[in-house]
Write a protein that binds this ligand. Structure first.
Ligand code: AHR
Length: 306
């Protein structure tokens, strides 16, 4: 079942190499850029022919890309679904064409029989870890702690799940209150814009929880432009741990980051090869991740790849 770089023995097409059609969410964040690079580098390394398509955060573009992969008769389809709902029809089309589908990074609410496996983070757990840091920080305080939340893309798995995990854990301390929660679409520009509005509407923000580093970085600028000190006047907790976020953490302008690893490429290529060879793969493959405080960020920064 072993495949060489030129794939001489897979039998999946005339030349034996595997063709993977991959529909990416977009290029909305540093995380996404690192994820795209990981997938492209790993495909090259594995000798897998990659047909890559960027959906610019639009579900209709992803559906069109998947239909085009079906037409081209690729061996495996991979995609990171921008939102959770609305995939049944196109996944059924892939199944009817006998093309296996692998979900990476984000989940869908379709029947699991429509895809082979889902490879990526546990977003609920990430939200819980962010909440736990706050619970620990404020465990001895008696004053109310006003939190604003910048949510990811509306209807996306990470936005839904991180919010759920976070709110579940902070619920243990009645002093921790989410006073406003809005989407910043996972981008730096939107994070800044929404935070500017929140700072105008609320004079008493203690903590910002942003569902990713990029929104946190945009919001950090808004905090600075409002004459406040990020990391001190307003504590900032984010998710991802990309280089720019880690730099802000090491500089004391962020307070805590929960890691979400974008390096899914190697695992995706392994899964594609196993599927092509007719081997079983686990239905759910969860990424291993850690957390960073300011000291840990200083230590990790010099060797951080992305
Ligand atoms: O789906 C993963 C999320 O998408 C990352 O946390 C965020 O940065 C990205 O845009």
């Amino acid at each position: 079942t072993a495949l060489t770089a030129c794939g001489s023995d897979s039998g999946s097409d005339s030349e034996g190499s595997i063709t993977l059609g991959f529909s990416q969410v977009g290029a909305e964040s540093g995380w996404r850029t690192a994820n795209t690079k990981s997938i492209q580098d790993s495909a090259k390394k594995a000798g897998i022919e990659l047909k890559f398509s960027d959906a610019q955060q639009k579900q209709e573009n992803q559906i069109a890309a998947i239909r085009s992969f079906i037409k081209q008769k690729v061996d495996v389809i991979g995609f990171s679904p921008v939102v959770v709902t609305g995939w049944d029809a196109v996944l059924k089309e892939a199944k009817a064409a006998d093309i296996p589908v692998v979900l990476t990074d984000r989940a869908v609410d379709s029947d699991p029989s429509l895809y082979v496996t889902f490879l990526g983070s546990d977003f609920v757990e990430e939200g819980r870890k962010a909440g736990q840091w706050l619970v620990d920080q404020y465990k001895d305080g008696a004053d109310p702690v006003n939190i604003v939340q910048l949510e990811g893309t509306v209807g996306s798995a990470p936005a839904i799940d991180r919010k759920k995990g976070f709110e579940e854990v902070i619920g243990a301390n009645p002093n921790l209150k989410v006073i406003a929660s809005q989407s910043g679409d996972f981008t730096r520009a939107k994070g800044k814009e929404v935070m500017q509005a929140l700072l105008k509407a609320h004079k008493d923000i203690d903590v910002l929880f942003a569902h990713n580093d990029d929104m946190g970085l945009g919001a950090m600028q808004a905090v600075e432009e409002a004459g406040l000190k990020p990391g001190e006047d307003i504590k900032i907790v984010t998710i991802d741990a990309v280089k720019d976020g880690m730099q802000a953490l090491a500089d004391g302008r962020f307070n805590f980051i929960v890691e979400c690893s974008p390096l899914l490429g190697d695992q995706l290529m392994d899964v594609a090869k196993k599927i092509d060879a007719g081997e079983d793969v686990d239905k759910r493959i969860v990424t291993v991740e850690t957390v960073f405080d300011q000291a840990a960020a200083k230590e990790a920064l010099p060797t951080r790849q992305y």
